[in-house]
Design a protein around this ligand. Structure first.
Ligand code: AGP
Length: 610
């Protein structure tokens, strides 16, 4: 995880780096640090906790003169969150500093070698090993670039790393291997960063680094090279069209709330260009070169896994494609997974950088399988390595808790099911026609816009009423089961309240033993074919004196403790209305309990470790 940024140019560099770190804080916020050269000495300033703590430290530092600096915001992997483990890390001789995102897997072996050579270590991190390895190689290599490359060739694992040396105060060196790193090209200034918003206020010209590449830059220019032999690479920069405003809160108290309320716009953006006027089916030109799969494996983590689980309820009946959905960290180790030539794998990832999902993609491709990526972040690793990529058009998602990304993934999964249905002219009887489905999708933005303010109010009322609960069940059947799991995930990650999502029919096989008056159950009881079965499950809970909140539709007769009516839509489109309700309830609960909504403890937005 972690966020890194480096700047070299003519501006005071430390403020640029600190500002960049602010937009990277979603990647981790256990500690932060910066380094730069001042009067021939390397300065490394670090602080445990959030960026604000670092900023306080910087007030007394001579930061104004440096025009080259680098910074880091950390999500702990090696070593507890503490100042000694914060980045940048300097070599023992205080000549070189690096910031690093990733894990050096052979760090212990390298450390043992360095200890024998007299190096002393002050942190528990693999990064301190790497910086000392560079310093060690500097003794035998002709220059710093060769020393940097030589050390990196010995390191096994993942890294995005940026380096500076006290004798080259205006030069940055950076390299990438299995961790995101982007290079920004300005006028008389250059940037390296984990993500584009870190330098978007200064330039839209971006060079995407590939694995095994090094860049050396100062204000006047840069050289992109292969790590293996330092041969030069020529690559055009690309222009990024993102709007920086999109990455700001836009008047909402939290990014999460803003992103929940953006969902009507997200639905519209996802549909744009997909159903051209007068065209019969759903247009997905990204898939033109791929056949329709005989069988589909969806692989993802967290919220993206829940989207995939929901999507299965459309892909199977609409497109007639048998679909398995798996957690990436499990799928990738099942070497025995049988992939027939006509199977296809769909990996879903908002960030496009989730390590387990990326590893699953790579393992499938190594075995000759075809992979479609469903990603939000343009140019991310998954987007670039998949055989085809469909972008979800959610825009930048800043809140650590994923909301609008799930909505966008669900729209694209519906379009995917309709696209393949159109190709096969198949699907079970009773499933909607492409045009019926498209009309329902197109009606969603207005319905959501109209009802979300009232939904927010109801969410606040219910959150207050249940704020003393320490456990929750979330139940659903059919396509509402993945939504129940998502509701539970949102509640636990934001409020730290224990919550479990279950298939409603599973309760009586064990979990119901936990039900008592202090253990409420949030039931998705939407007005669809499975409602009678869900009603029976509600009665079973009530018979054990459990309290029930029912997310339901007007006109459904349900004697429960608290009902929450949302506008009715036919299944599975009802999911698009139920999802923001679940998100708003978790948001309201976390906010009422005073939790850090946008940056929940122990989490990071982009999980680039296994
Ligand atoms: C959900 O709120 C979390 N942020 C998390 O479960 C997330 O969905 C998961 O880490 C997968 O991320 P990705 O979509 O970027 O791959």
């Amino acid at each position: 995880m972690c966020g890194i940024i480096g700047y070299t140019g003519r501006r005071p560099a430390v403020p640029v780096v600190v500002e960049g770190l602010r937009s990277l804080e979603y990647r981790g916020y256990d500690s932060a640090g910066v380094s730069f050269v001042h009067r021939g000495s390397l300065r490394v300033i670090r602080s445990q906790g959030k960026l604000a703590n670092l900023e306080e430290r910087l007030v007394t530092e001579p930061v104004v003169t440096a025009t080259c600096a680098m910074g880091h915001t950390r999500w702990a992997t090696h070593g507890v969150p503490a100042e000694r483990n914060a980045h940048p890390h300097a070599s023992g001789d205080q000549t070189i500093a690096i910031v690093h995102n990733g894990i050096i897997e052979n760090h212990q072996e390298l450390k043992d070698e360095l200890v024998k050579l007299g190096h002393v270590f002050y942190s528990e991190t693999d990064t301190e090993v790497l910086v000392n390895l560079i310093a060690e190689r500097r003794r035998s290599e002709p220059d710093l670039l060769h020393a940097f490359a030589s050390a990196l060739r010995e390191a096994k694992g993942a890294y995005a790393v940026c380096m500076m040396h006290k004798d080259e105060p205006n030069t940055l060196y950076a390299a990438r291997m299995s961790a995101p790193l982007i290079f920004g090209v300005g006028t008389g200034e250059h940037f390296v960063a984990s993500d584009i918003p870190a330098f978007l206020p200064y330039t839209r010209q971006v060079v995407f680094l590939e694995d095994g590449e090094i860049v050396k830059a100062d204000a006047g220019g840069y050289q992109l090279m292969h790590l293996s032999d330092l041969s030069e690479i020529s690559r055009e920069s690309q222009t990024i069209l993102w709007d920086m405003q999109a990455a700001r809160k836009g008047g909402y108290r939290h990014f999460m709330l803003k992103e929940i309320f953006e969902q009507p716009r997200v639905v519209t953006d996802c549909l744009t260009g997909r159903i051209p006027h007068g065209h019969e089916g759903v247009l997905l030109p990204e898939l033109e070169h791929l056949p329709t799969p005989k069988r589909l494996h969806i692989v993802a983590c967290g919220t993206s896994f829940h989207s995939g689980s929901w999507g299965r309820h459309l892909l199977e009946p609409w497109a007639g494609i048998p679909t398995q959905v798996e957690i990436a960290s499990e799928f990738r180790y099942r070497e025995a997974t049988l992939l027939d030539a006509e199977d296809m794998v769909l990996v879903i990832s908002q960030s496009g950088e989730t390590a387990d999902t990326l590893a699953a993609l790579r393992s499938v491709r190594e075995r000759g399988g075809k992979v479609i990526g469903l990603c939000n972040v343009v140019g991310s690793s998954i987007a670039r390595e998949a055989d085809a990529v469909i972008y979800t058009q959610a825009g930048p998602e800043i809140s650590v808790a994923s909301t609008k990304a799930m909505c966008s993934q669900m729209v694209m999964l519906a379009l995917l099911a309709l696209h393949w249905k159109g190709r096969k002219e198949g699907g079970a009887p009773g499933t909607p026609s492409v045009m019926e489905a498209v009309e329902l999708l197109q009606s969603l933005p207005a319905i959501l816009d109209d009802h979300m303010p009232a939904m927010r109010e109801r969410a606040v009322e219910l959150a207050r009423a249940y704020s003393e609960a320490t456990n929750f069940f979330y139940l659903g059947r059919g396509h509402c089961f993945p939504l129940a799991c998502e509701g539970a995930l949102k509640l636990k990650e934001l409020s730290y309240i224990h919550a479990e999502g279950y298939a409603a029919g599973e309760m009586k096989h064990g979990p119901i033993a936990l039900v008592d008056p202090a253990f409420p159950t949030f039931v998705l009881a939407l007005n669809d074919a499975l409602l009678p079965k869900v009603e029976s499950n509600i009665k079973e809970i009530q018979a054990r004196r459990g309290k029930v909140i029912a997310l339901t539709n007007p006109g459904v007769d349900l004697p429960v403790d608290d009902r929450w009516d949302i506008p009715a839509m036919p299944a599975p489109f009802s999911a698009f209305v139920a999802l923001p309700a679940l998100q708003l309830f978790s948001y309201a609960m976390a906010d009422y309990l005073g939790k850090d909504v946008d940056q929940p403890r122990n989490l990071a937005k982009s999980v680039t470790v296994e």
